[in-house]
Design a protein. Structure first.
Length: 229
């Protein structure tokens, strides 16, 4: 989730406001930028997207040339990760888990379709409407890569329930849905040495952190880890 630090002038226009199972979600337009707000907290906007795209590219690169790898993207957001994955022919199945019906609607028949329409039409793409924490704990499906962007990082979660995803049990659930040698990639608004230690303690290998420069000065980060073969 990337915040905009070079905000447009004037007041934002509310395009849609919904009450969902996890509280209020709002889609706003501020100048030429679309913004998603959850329970009054800014989540993400369409101003940049370089770190979300890097999340997908870094996961693919860490798979060491695996043919037709299947990826699970946690969080549809404004669609940067999905659109970037669908633009890459090397990916096989592209599954996106999104718990907010409003966000899915904004992509299918709303203003965010301008970013995601080609990706949603791609036959490799499927949208799964469910909470990610629930999904990784209950699904029998497995993937080659798991790209998570549902929070502002392991230490700054959108809802309290998401904290469990970064715990030892949560990371074990992530490992369970990864095939041997599969890659876990986690977006964060800042590098987290503590989370890198948690990944190692959970049994992941080749743990590393990539930093992506952004306008505010503190870099975004992608935490990468590989499930042992």
């Amino acid at each position: 989730m990337t915040a905009s630090y070079d905000a447009p002038h004037g007041s934002p226009e509310v395009i849609d406001r919904r009450e969902g199972p996890y509280g209020e979600v709002v889609l706003r337009r501020h100048g030429g930028v679309l913004q998603i707000i959850s329970n009054g907290c800014f989540l993400m906007d369409t101003s940049d997207g370089r770190s979300e795209r890097r999340l997908v590219d870094a996961a693919l690169g860490a798979l060491d040339g695996r043919t037709g790898p299947e990826v699970l993207i946690g969080g549809l957001g404004v669609g940067f990760s999905l659109a970037h994955a669908a633009a890459e022919p090397r990916w096989g199945r592209i599954s996106v888990v999104e718990r907010e019906r409003a966000v899915i609607d904004w992509h299918r028949a709303g203003p965010l379709a301008e970013l995601s329409a080609p990706a949603l039409e791609d036959p490799r793409t499927e949208i799964i409407e469910v909470d990610l924490v629930t999904y990784v704990n209950e699904t029998s499906a497995t993937y080659d890569a798991l790209c998570l962007d549902i929070d502002n990082g392991p230490e700054w979660t959108v809802t309290d329930g998401n904290e469990s995803l970064y715990s030892k049990a949560g990371l074990a659930a992530c490992a369970r849905v990864l095939r041997p040698g599969g890659v876990l990639a986690v977006w964060s608004a800042n590098p987290s040495p503590g989370f890198a230690r948690s990944l190692r303690n959970a049994g992941f290998r080749r743990v590393r952190t990539e930093e992506i420069p952004v306008a505010r000065g503190v870099p975004d980060a992608v935490h990468l880890a590989v499930r042992p073969g």
